[in-house]
Design a binder for this molecule. Structure first.
Ligand code: ADP
Ligand code: ADP
Length: 226
């Protein structure tokens, strides 16, 4: 269960760059929000503020009524998947998946069980002893997703997770992610500039332009206007 409230969120990188301006959005539990808009419109900045990787200049960000602004990324119930996967290159797939749980000092038996369960969900159970360099793009993306899933976070953030994949794999992973969302039901914010992804995955689409929200609506409302 995770309801997100973003109230009057601003991000000023410096005096000249206001990347996000008065961003207001209530996200319902289990929604799949897709953020779209041209390059430089503030999508990544918004996601990074939610993850705690950038400070919020002003405004309030709440999960289930609790203010998150000053919480360290580690203390937020949030998992993020990056465009470049951000896997640890010297670790095996198993170790990559286990890392977050080890940091949380989970018991070894718990970690093993959880890693195996997640590896099964993503169909990567035969890859656990490999290093990231020994994987295909699609396999790496699955590991990156797995690393987010093992944490059992209430909120999922994805920043263009499929943009490094070829068209066929992108199509496949798109439906995998939708399937995963139906299963896990985590509240999700997904950044893309691919209209097909937005159309097929979103419960609601948020269109940004020059740091401002331009439109919010269902895929039909946004793309199929008469
Ligand atoms: P998008 O993800 O939509 O492409 P970004 O959130 O990355 O957009 O960027 C929004 C604006 O903020 C752009 O004008 C970009 O140049 C600027 N920006 C992003 N990161 C920084 C930074 N670390 N310092 C200064 N300006 C930045
Ligand atoms: P450490 O080196 O701190 O013991 P590891 O990540 O190597 O941590 O292993 C933690 C536990 O997970 C160990 O019990 C190990 O046997 C098990 N393990 C490691 N790799 C795999 C794997 N590929 N498949 C199943 N279990 C594994």
């Amino acid at each position: 269960m995770a309801e997100i409230k973003l109230k009057h969120i601003y991000k000023d990188y410096n005096q000249d760059v206001r990347a996000v301006s008065d961003f207001n959005l209530d996200i319902h539990d289990g929604e799949f929000i897709v953020l779209v808009g041209p390059s430089g419109c503030g999508k990544s900045t918004t996601l990074r503020m939610i993850a705690g990787l950038e400070d919020i200049s002003s405004g309030e960000f709440l999960i289930d009524g609790l203010l998150q602004n000053d919480l360290h990324p580690k203390d937020r119930d949030i998992a993020m998947v990056f465009q470049n996967y951000a896997l640890y290159p010297t670790m095996t797939v198993y170790e990559n998946l286990a890392f977050g749980l080890k940091m949380r000092q989970e018991k070894s038996a718990t970690i093993q069980a959880r890693v195996k369960e997640v590896a099964n969900i993503l169909g990567i159970e035969d890859l656990l002893d490999r290093k990231p360099a020994e994987l295909s793009g699609g396999q790496r993306q699955r590991v990156a997703l797995g690393r987010a899933i093992v944490r059992e976070a209430k909120v999922f953030l994805m920043d263009e997770p499929l943009s490094n994949l070829d068209a066929k794999l992108r199509f496949h992973m798109r439906s995998e992610i939708s399937k995963l969302h139906r299963r896990l039901k985590a509240t999700t914010i997904y950044v893309t500039h691919d209209q097909t992804e937005a159309m097929s995955m979103a419960s609601r689409i948020v269109v940004m332009n020059q740091g401002l929200i331009q439109q919010i609506g269902t895929p039909k409302e946004i793309y199929l206007k008469p």
